[in-house]
Design a protein around this ligand. Structure first.
Ligand SMILES: *[C@@H]1O[C@H](CO)[C@@H](O)[C@H](O)[C@H]1NC(C)=O
Ligand SMILES: *[C@@H]1O[C@H](CO)[C@@H](O)[C@H](O)[C@H]1NC(C)=O
Ligand SMILES: *[C@@H]1O[C@H](CO)[C@@H](O)[C@H](O)[C@H]1NC(C)=O
Ligand SMILES: *[C@@H]1O[C@H](CO)[C@@H](O)[C@H](O)[C@H]1NC(C)=O
Ligand SMILES: [Zn+2]
Length: 419
């Protein structure tokens, strides 16, 4: 063949082979954006507030979220990614437990409030399913708060309730440390010991109180035992705000198949994490690897339990093709390419989370005659040297009471013997 002919052949091949493929990709993207204009994309976990702490010590005046470029999340990326609603994470590290975790968590809640106030065209502070729908109508990102880790409560139901009043709508029961009332996922790796065989009695009180308040219970980061206990006892559906499928990548932060099935029975949701280490169990991953988790969860438990939980700005490695929050529409297009129906895609985008939140709100409303649980955790169950014991019986009195009780028993026994 003459070189010229080869060239013409190549050009023809480009036209006949590549162009139709390109336009097919375009079609998926167009349909993805169409669906995202009908149903809000609701993401379960984003650590931008933690970046604000780490990089600026929460001095929001020194940040411009329109131009910041060393985070996965900024306003142009949010717009491009069609982020309809976000649970912003109020996260503080585990080493603040027994120190200033509660204050630091309050400061993370404060910075989310201030962020919404500073950029009212972009964010709308939100605390309900209705708020999410309203923000979407106004083309704004509904901004909810999730507290990541029970260490943020210092084992206090009063603190849980106050955080609810401040707008917190989920609590991840643990981060990567045990609390005085729940075991974390590191117990399942063998690197930490179980202290409660799951949840302690106080941990169970807390779960019930969350049902009563209308706060989502987040099972990301807990042991499989805790997952089972909560799935068994919660009267409302539960969430995994940022966890992927264990069968696809056997990392203990991921969700095993039998739990996926129980989440399905409970009408809950598993919001898929994009962190490479949880996606492929290695340092590298692609968008297609993430889609494999979506496919697997759909196959095992149904599209009605899937959601998005990117973990952006909380992780150091994200997949090729999902480099920041602007890229999510490409994942939606990939699901369409994999023959997901419009209904399934919309379920994953936001319908599932809205259903879960509405159900949690209904359970709350049905319990509005139930009194708040005001029974505190037993003092000696919290090994926090910074805690005072005000309100708890004086340990000296306790010892005295125990002493006189045993004296009474001795006297009584003696009396019985004499008689
Ligand atoms: C990122 O932001 C910094 C600080 O505002 C700026 O100096 C830099 O030029 C930006 N880089 C890019 C690639 O836009
Ligand atoms: C939201 O955006 C859509 C599409 O860009 C536009 O048609 C609509 O008017 C906007 N709504 C509001 C309340 O700004
Ligand atoms: C589930 O809870 C019931 C009581 O509410 C209890 O009898 C049962 O043992 C629990 N099952 C598991 C697997 O924890
Ligand atoms: C999607 O469906 C089409 C038509 O039924 C089929 O040819 C194709 O193999 C399917 N693709 C996947 C990824 O299942
Ligand atoms: Zn996390």
């Amino acid at each position: 063949m003459l070189p010229g002919v080869v060239h013409v052949y190549r050009v023809l091949c480009v036209i006949s082979c590549i162009l139709p493929q390109l336009s097919a990709e375009d079609t998926y993207m167009t349909r993805a954006l169409q669906l995202m204009s009908e149903t809000p994309l609701i993401d379960g976990h984003n650590d931008l507030p933690w970046q604000l702490r780490k990089q600026f010590n929460n001095q929001l005046n020194k940040v411009d979220l329109n131009t910041i470029n060393n985070t996965h999340t900024n306003i142009p990326k949010i717009k491009e990614g069609r982020l309809g609603a976000q649970f912003w994470s109020a996260y503080v590290p585990c080493d603040s437990q027994y120190k200033d975790a509660v204050r630091q968590t309050l400061e993370q809640i404060d910075v989310v409030h201030r962020m919404c106030h500073k950029y009212p065209e972009t964010f709308m502070f939100a605390t309900s399913s209705q708020d999410i729908r309203e923000a979407f109508r106004q083309n704004k990102t509904a901004s909810l708060i999730g507290v990541e880790g029970g260490h943020s409560l210092d084992s206090s139901l009063g603190t849980l309730r106050v955080m609810y009043h401040l707008g917190v709508r989920y609590l991840t029961l643990t981060h990567s440390c045990n609390t005085p009332w729940a075991d974390n996922w590191l117990v399942d790796t063998g690197s930490e010991v179980s202290e409660h065989d799951g949840l302690s009695p106080f941990g169970k009180q807390l779960v019930k109180e969350m049902n009563r308040l209308g706060m989502l219970i987040d099972l990301a980061h807990v042991t499989v035992k805790v997952m089972n206990q909560v799935l068994n006892m919660s009267t409302a559906p539960v969430i995994f705000s940022h966890s992927s499928a264990y069968a696809v990548c056997p990392h203990k932060r991921n969700v095993p198949d039998d739990i996926l099935k129980k989440v399905s029975e409970k009408k809950g949701i598993v919001m898929v994490n994009f962190y490479n280490d949880y996606v492929t169990c290695s340092k590298t991953a692609t968008l297609s690897d993430v889609a494999d988790h979506f496919d697997h969860i759909k196959k095992v438990a149904g599209a009605h339990i899937i959601g998005f939980g990117g973990d952006y700005d909380g992780v150091t490695r994200v997949p090729e093709g999902l480099e920041d929050v602007s890229k999510v529409p490409a994942l939606v297009a990939e699901l369409l390419k994999r023959n997901w129906t419009d209904v399934e895609v919309k379920a994953a985008l936001g319908d599932n989370l809205l259903r879960v939140l509405e159900q949690v709100e209904m359970v709350r409303d049905s319990l509005n005659n139930t009194l708040p649980d005001d029974v505190p955790i037993p003092y000696d169950e919290v090994k926090n040297p910074c805690r005072t014991s005000y309100g708890y019986p004086d340990p000296a009195d306790n010892a005295g009471a125990g002493h006189s009780l045993s004296l009474l028993v001795v006297v009584f026994t003696l009396l019985v013997m004499i008689i």
